[in-house]
Design a protein around this ligand. Sequence first.
Ligand code: 5AD
Ligand code: SF4
Length: 386
Amino acid sequence: MKAKKTYYIHTFGCQSNKSDSERIAGDYAARGYSEAKSWQECDDLIVNTCAIRQRAEHRARGFLHGVVVHFHKLGKQRPKIILTGCMVHHGYDKLYKMMPMVDEILPINEVGFNQAAIRKDKKHAWIPISTGCNSFCTYCIVPYSRGREQSRPFEEIMQEVERLVAEGYSEITLLGMNVNSWGLEKVGIGFRKMMMEHQEFTREDLPSNQSQYLTPEGIPPFVKLLRAVTAFDEIVKVRFMSSNPWDFHEELIAEVGKNKKIDRYVHLPVQSGSDAVLYRMNRGYTRQQYLDIVTKLRTADPEIVIGTDIIVGFPGETDEEFADTVDLAKQVDWKVGFVAMYSPRPGTASWKLYADDIPHKVKKKRWEILDQIINKDNLQERPIVV
Ligand code: 5AD
Ligand code: SF4
């Protein structure tokens, strides 16, 4: 009998990419492939890429270069290399030029929600509830790399939860770029058109993030979804990410407060503690509005802990503006902070509107200061947030 063909998936980036890789694995299995132990011994090597920062793209290119060198040294034929993930938005011509070793490109939106996932973990499962993003955060490549936001239908999500429960899973993470607005996205918005074709625009022309979603009437759909998922006796823990401050609805705060199956860790990216920087980022909330959510969450349940994402060195970030973020870090006392140095992504609004004018040395210093305060210093007493 002929040996089965094998595949290996190398994944860069966020949980959404890891979740997509599980579905790509499902697709290969359905086509009769088996998983190879490593990339050194597979027939098909799938590289699931991330484009969130320049460094992520460099790492993918470095990895592929390493693969080529490895097989060249051995004098062996290398596997077929298939590129997918967020770098695909660069377009085929540019990618084949950038990485000539790539044999095939797989657009990420061809990896459907319903392709059965192959999960390594037998207790905890990631479930995608939406793809893409309709928000207009100026620095972010995701709306281009992953396209328009599309919520997965309730029935489909619940069918997957039921299957997972039957298989013995007890912990679930609901995934999306903007989960709180699940089921509320507006369709057919001219985001791409405006960004790609409208050469001349100013910061004032950008629509707010909120304006890309419907205002929920009554209980937001995402809260209903959380209730439905946590209603299974077998499900003991539910997490969700990413959340955003502009649509962290009151009902969601109340639900997280009282529904103890929802993890007490809430990830709530702030990006900056300065209102002026938040405005340039088009985040659609102020520092005080962020603080209000933190206070309400902690009032709803003092056991809740909060983590965040922050970008340092955003264009034009002055010492005073950075000091506002440091001050916010001291006030909020996040449990964990993923601090990133601003990386201009070609095609995004901030890349078009602002020069990347903060020197790398300054970005690095600011990164170190925040990382120290949030992730290393252990504040003994949590300050009262007002
Ligand atoms: N430069 C630096 N960090 C970025 N992020 C997103 N885009 C950029 C960028 N262009 C960070 C944000 C986001 C996290 C996933 O990555 O903090 O929350
Ligand atoms: Fe990017 Fe903002 Fe969408 Fe998050 S919400 S993926 S930061 S555009």
